[in-house]
Design a binder for this molecule. Structure first.
Ligand code: COA
Length: 388
């Protein structure tokens, strides 16, 4: 098995844009290849994470992205697992390069989510939930995650203010991230005074509806040498796990599938939670950050909400990890099929010392957790490190 490196990354602007998916993708690709030769002379294959054809009435994003990138006669596929689609594209790229199937693979994600407004996005996202019982009862993403939040606050010493602090922390991080959708700080009162979307979750507990695209070039040593790229970020762990789809079949306060995916990724990388310097975790709703901090082994169960505290002030059993330095899905934005790759963009910037005002000193190892469907219905976990 040969090492698979993340060599270059790019992203479009994130937010409520006038741009179609094609232009979002082109912006991400242009950034990723700004200092490289033409994609057609580098890329052997392409995977596109994309959630829904409803937004642009379009499928065939594999063919389209290849065409838009100027690639002819290469393997290209759209992959989907709702919001985990981006990390599935990354996983496939890493797998192909490691196996020697391809030398260089483009993992990208595209979502034109605002096309149908909040209602259109809510309807499109509901397709990710179990149909026979749960869709029929009118569930939505916020209402399902509200059940997790309510149960968590019931079982553990946590309340709406603890969740609000997670939003405050991620907005603060996003304020230092020029890529973020919301580059502004908010205080706890702003979060607590915002309208309920699905109690106990309020507007500021939710990730927004976001347009965006991301592009990540994954390649072997030979390609890295040819391109003259020395600061290689290596995917040392890569794992995907699914749990049951129906929420009725799952534990509401323990995301077992994420635990398994992360443990597998740690084992492959030969590390444990205390080795992770930064983590981008799937905070589609504030409660997710607490649950995933616990599943990743950063925090004891019931203490995940302490993610907002300085490492020196966290409970025993917490590691020193910094979580969602990008601002997370909450404030950087959540263009569904691109989100897993935006996590890789943040990790690449942090691990190569390009994260500007939000740089974590000495960051060498990153964990990415990207989820699709409710919580761990599908989880992709990646360990990226500067030490191959
Ligand atoms: N956090 C903070 N502010 C937000 C926001 C969010 N998540 N979503 C929207 N806003 C702001 C907008 O910027 C806008 O501000 P402005 O009036 O100053 O311009 C205002 O709130 C209204 O925006 P709008 O888009 O009309 O909000 P909405 O009420 O239609 O939608 C949510 C808000 C939370 C319901 C919507 O963003 C949502 O459904 N989020 C969850 C998406 C989701 O489920 N993702 C998948 C998870 S698996």
């Amino acid at each position: 098995m040969q090492p698979a490196h993340v060599l270059s990354v790019g992203a479009s602007d994130l937010g409520d844009t006038d741009l179609p998916g094609r232009d979002l993708f082109s912006a991400a690709l242009a950034e990723a290849f700004a200092d490289l030769p033409d994609p057609a002379s580098v890329v052997d294959a392409l995977y596109v994470g994309n959630q829904s054809e409803r937004y642009e009435n379009q499928i065939m994003y594999g063919t389209l992205a290849a065409e838009w990138a100027g690639l002819r006669n290469v393997p290209a596929e759209r992959v989907e697992a709702c919001a985990a689609a981006g990390a599935l594209a990354l996983k496939n790229a890493v797998r192909d390069v490691r196996a020697g199937v391809h030398d260089a693979v483009l993992a990208c994600g595209i979502e034109k989510m605002t096309a149908g407004g909040t209602e259109g996005a809510t309807n499109a996202l509901s397709a990710a939930f179990e149909r026979a019982l749960e869709q029929r009862s009118g569930i939505t993403a916020p209402s399902l995650y509200a059940m997790l939040a309510r149960r968590y606050c019931h079982e553990f010493d946590a309340d709406e203010t603890d969740l609000a602090r997670i939003a405050v922390k991620n907005h603060r991080n996003a304020a230092a991230n020029p890529r973020a959708m919301f580059q502004r700080e908010v205080d706890v009162d702003t979060v607590l005074d915002s309208d309920y979307v699905a109690p106990p979750l309020k507007l500021f507990d939710c990730a927004p509806v976001t347009d965006g695209a991301a592009a990540v070039l994954v390649a072997n040593d030979e390609v890295a040498d040819e391109l003259g790229i020395d600061d290689r970020v290596t995917a040392t762990g890569s794992s995907v796990t699914v749990n049951n789809l129906a929420v009725a079949e799952r534990d509401l306060t323990y995301v077992e599938g994420a635990d398994v995916a992360v443990t597998n990724a740690y084992d492959e990388a030969g590390i444990d939670p205390s080795d992770v310097d930064i983590a981008e975790v799937h905070d589609a709703f504030t409660i997710c950050e607490a649950l995933l901090a616990e599943a990743a082994g950063f925090a004891p169960q019931g203490h995940g909400v302490e993610t907002v505290r300085d490492p020196s002030e966290r409970s025993d059993g917490w590691t020193d990890v910094q979580i969602n330095t990008s601002g997370g899905l909450k404030a950087r934005g959540h263009p569904i099929g691109a989100t897993g790759l935006l996590q890789a963009v943040e990790a690449h910037e942090q691990l190569t010392g390009r994260a500007g005002d939000r740089q974590v000193d000495g960051a060498e190892t990153a964990l990415l957790i990207n989820e699709g469907g409710l919580a761990d219905a599908a989880t992709a976990a990646h360990v990226l490190t500067t030490q191959s």
